[in-house]
Design a binder for this molecule. Structure first.
Ligand code: HGY
Ligand code: MN
Ligand code: MN
Length: 424
């Protein structure tokens, strides 16, 4: 059931907040921003979004890893409804170092916008609504990704999360204390009645197909591995090729192997070597050591597992042929996730009721929704990404697509909350 009139979000207010938030950690001459998890920029972004949540009258809680949940229980909500599990939306406001203004931020600000629209128009939901931002979704500074929502659903213990050491040597616990976000709310957190996340697609599918809204049926599997290669530093000019144990060459060979493996397995397999650190990283020294990361993903867990095994076989062969020592550490491993078909159907119906074209699809990127799916009925809504660009300051989505995505979110939240809406 939906209320007598169909409310619509205020796109100008949403655009204005997206712009204002993206100025925190803003990247010069772009619309992008850099707010790695638990940095000062992340703290500043949190403060701004919390201000919007509190101004809206949400009951805000902060948990032991800094996840923030704002629950809307309007004063006129009947007593027996106030303690019902909320319909929750949300995403993340931490970004990668070359972040765009929409990745994660859209889902959080659209959630605030939906509640503000309903509150302004005097709607009283039959159960509470909530909007959350989860800590460290990107995992770029502290692996794994989706760490905050993983802790929220009980998939990782708080102590293990707090002891996680980042790429710069700091720990999550130290940084949470430094920015003042080790909160008192318990983990695992409040289990919602249902969860729905609005997010940009971050790929080319919707725009190439000319589709307005992605109806996300699930998330592909993710495998992150840190590879450490110990060779022997030596003189670049005097050391014959036959005597080298070159960690730099070995690292480069892993990168080319990952690319050829992805090509051989074919779509949707993807493989990325995103970080390579050489030591001593000098022009005239054969590299002594290398540390690199390998990101493998596939919608099919069997193929993904096979790709991981092929990687390890390549590393073993490399150790023998190059005479280097190779060690690995898993940074993240999440199986593919299938969303609740009832919520997926609601997303499709809601978008179409607004006149949007829709396409059912998997998510290539990881999202907090894949963790929330462990505890409640969950699905996602995608909006197109211009030229499929993301994790890049040039990330862009047209306002019309943002508006229909947010209105779809509003409609799905109305539907998930069930009938019995009232207006005093
Ligand atoms: O890595 C991901 O898919 C997400 O951006 N955390
Ligand atoms: Mn994201
Ligand atoms: Mn991201």
């Amino acid at each position: 059931m939906t209320p007598e009139s169909d409310p619509h979000i205020d796109i100008e207010r949403l655009l204005s907040r997206l712009a204002e938030l993206s100025e925190i950690g803003g990247i010069d001459e772009t619309t992008g921003c850099s707010r790695l998890a638990f940095t000062d920029a992340d703290r500043a972004g949190r403060e701004l979004v919390l201000t919007w949540m509190r101004d809206l009258g949400l009951e805000v809680t902060v948990d032991g890893i800094g996840n923030v949940v704002g629950v809307w229980r309007p004063d006129s909500m009947p007593e027996d409804a106030r303690d019902l599990a909320p319909v929750m939306t949300g995403s993340h406001i931490d970004t990668v170092a070359t972040g765009g203004r929409y990745d994660g931020n859209l889902g959080v600000l659209a959630g605030i916008e939906v509640i503000e629209t309903l509150a302004t128009e005097g709607f009283v939901p039959p159960r509470p609504l909530a909007v959350a931002f989860f800590s460290n979704e990107e995992g770029a500074r502290f692996a794994p990704d989706m760490m905050g929502s993983l802790v929220y659903v009980g998939g990782m213990g708080l102590e293990q999360a707090h002891n996680t050491v980042g790429i710069d040597g700091a720990t999550v616990g130290e940084e949470l204390d430094r920015i003042g976000y080790r909160g008192p709310a318990p983990c695992p957190g409040l289990v919602p009645h249902a969860f729905v996340e609005l997010h940009i697609e971050q790929g080319p599918v919707l725009e190439e197909a000319g589709i307005d809204v992605g109806v996300v049926e699930g998330v592909q599997g993710i495998s992150w591995t840190e590879v450490t290669i110990e060779g022997q530093s030596n003189h670049a000019g005097t050391t014959p090729m036959r005597l080298r144990h070159d960690a730099g060459f070995a690292a480069a060979s892993v990168a080319t192997f990952v690319r050829s493996l992805a090509r051989e397995l074919g779509h949707p397999q993807v493989g990325t070597v995103g970080a390579i650190d050489l030591h001593p990283n000098l022009v005239n020294v054969v590299a002594a050591s290398a540390t690199l990361t390998v990101d493998l993903r596939n919608t099919d867990n069997g193929i993904l597992t096979g790709a991981e095994q092929r990687l390890h076989t390549h590393l073993d062969e490399l150790a023998t042929t190059e005479g280097v020592a190779v060690s690995t550490r898993s940074l993240a491993r999440f199986d593919p996730v299938v969303f609740d078909s009832r919520v997926v159907d609601l997303v499709e119906a809601a978008a179409r009721s607004l006149g949007a074209t829709t396409l059912r699809m998997p998510s290539g990127a990881g999202h907090d929704a894949q963790m929330m799916a462990r505890v409640c009925p969950t699905a996602m809504i995608f909006t197109p990404s211009h030229k499929g660009i993301s994790h890049n300051p040039a990330e862009h989505t047209d306002p019309d697509h943002l508006a229909v995505g947010a209105d779809t979110l509003l409609q799905v939240m109305l539907d998930l909350a069930g009938g019995g809406w009232s207006r005093p």
